[in-house]
Design a protein around this ligand. Structure first.
Ligand SMILES: NC(=O)c1ccc[n+]([C@@H]2O[C@H](COP(=O)([O-])OP(=O)(O)OC[C@H]3O[C@@H](n4cnc5c(N)ncnc54)[C@H](O)[C@@H]3O)[C@@H](O)[C@H]2O)c1
Length: 384
């Protein structure tokens, strides 16, 4: 199954395994319903000899930690848990320091394993801690948000934020296993689910037009969880992410950069909104992807009908598409350009943007001309 250079998918009974055949450190992504209670048994078999410390946040621990803990205890492999405060605030040096100390106090040794049990915040923080603890211990990602199941738990990017920006300190540390229980998404708030759905759409928009068309038809069942459609959306997205990671693990060939569709605009909007409840990551990315498509139309790259379909689908599912919908003060063009210039996608002063020739046809433009971009943002900031 593994080793042919692409992500492959096996469906057995109630679960699906996507192989991520990275050289030297292949791993599997297992997606299914109700995988938490049996995780202890599975982990004992997958990582023989390891004991497990669980990192989670307060919300996830309160709702879902008990069956995971019980299953690990049954195997005699539970070292303990470290529970951090929910939200982006936990991706910080003080929380990382405290977490590393707690993991050492729990007795995590070199052959043991950290389980990141939560959304993208816990995944990034616990993955980073695991990568530096005792010069690197293994991590298993157990993502509990839609965003984490389709994106952040796969691919090994870990990190924390600093006052200079998001995710500027971190490592690549691939997980030993990703275990995504789709059933836990039922406790996620609708707003968080919808924000994660923006990343699901992203896979259709960047390289899979039939998947986008499927989402246009089936999104209501994906939201309600009817007829395994939610699982199909998670599997298709996770497989797309895995394929990109296998082809370009460290963002060197440019392929992985396609995952940033909408992100340069989106990160600037998120930074403007102060990384707060004012605008969730997925909401910012939704506006950013709509902007990327509209800008592509203006550059004569993309048919206007495609950009209209993108905007309509965002609106149908209740995601924002306009800068003006962000609550509070509106950003100015100058502010947005300054924040976009701070993005990691700036190289040698040149701004790179992911643009599209149509739905499913994204590409990286490495030298975006500033004048048309400035004029475009002026128009977008003025739209009401
Ligand atoms: N490493 C990567 O490749 C990568 C990719 C994309 C995003 N990220 C990072 O991911 C983070 C965002 O992740 P997120 O959107 O999952 O946010 P999050 O981890 O903050 O989770 C969102 C909220 O949902 C709660 N929650 C989580 N699972 C729940 C469940 N099953 N039921 C009820 N509540 C639940 C959390 O407690 C939190 O309040 C950002 O820090 C971003 O930088 C990383």
């Amino acid at each position: 199954m593994m080793g042919d250079g692409t992500a492959t998918l096996d469906q057995i009974g109630n679960e699906t395994t996507i192989a991520v055949p990275l050289q030297g450190r292949p791993y599997g992504i297992i997606i299914g319903d109700n995988l938490i209670a049996s995780a202890g048994k599975r982990l004992a078999a997958t990582l023989p000899g390891a004991r497990f410390a669980v990192v989670s946040d307060k919300n996830v621990a309160g709702l879902h930690l008990a069956p995971l803990k019980a299953g690990l205890e049954d195997q005699g492999l539970f070292l303990g848990s470290a529970v951090v405060a929910p939200g982006e605030v936990s991706k910080s040096f003080p929380v990382l320091e405290k977490l590393c100390e707690t993991l050492l106090e729990l007795g995590v040794e070199r052959g043991d394993c950290v389980i990141a049990f939560g959304g993208g915040v816990v995944g990034d923080l616990a993955g980073f801690a695991a990568s530096i603890l005792r010069r690197g211990v293994r991590v298993v990602q157990m993502p509990t948000t839609l965003l984490a199941q389709v994106d952040s738990s796969i691919g090994g990017k870990t990190g924390i934020d600093t006052t200079q920006g998001k995710n500027l300190i971190g490592t690549f540390h691939q997980p030993s296993l990703v275990l995504a229980d789709v059933a836990v998404l039922s406790t996620l708030s609708e707003r968080e689910f919808r924000a994660g759905y923006a990343e699901v759409m992203k896979y259709g928009l960047l390289g899979d037009a039939p998947f986008f068309a499927w989402l246009e038809q089936n999104w209501a069942d994906v939201f309600s969880g009817k007829d395994s459609k939610r699982r199909h959306a998670v599997e298709t997205s996770a497989r797309a992410k895995a394929e990109i990671v296998v082809a370009d693990e460290r963002e060197e060939s440019g392929l992985r950069a396609l995952l940033n569709l909408g992100h340069t605009f989106g990160h600037a909007l998120e930074a403007f909104a102060g990384y707060s409840d004012r605008l969730l990551h997925g909401e910012a990315i939704a506006i950013g992807m709509r902007l990327a498509f509209t800008y592509s139309v203006g550059q004569g790259l993309c048919p206007p009908e495609d950009a209209a379909r993108v905007a309509k689908h965002f609106t149908d599912v209740g995601l924002p598409t306009e800068i003006a919908t962000i609550p509070g003060d509106a950003p100015t063009t100058g502010e947005l350009l300054r924040l976009m210039a701070q993005d990691k996608k700036v190289k040698g002063g040149k701004l790179a943007l992911v643009l599209a020739r149509g739905i499913g046809q994204a590409f990286v433009e490495n030298e975006v001309a500033m004048e048309p971009l400035t004029e475009f943002l002026k128009r977008e900031c003025a739209r009401r």
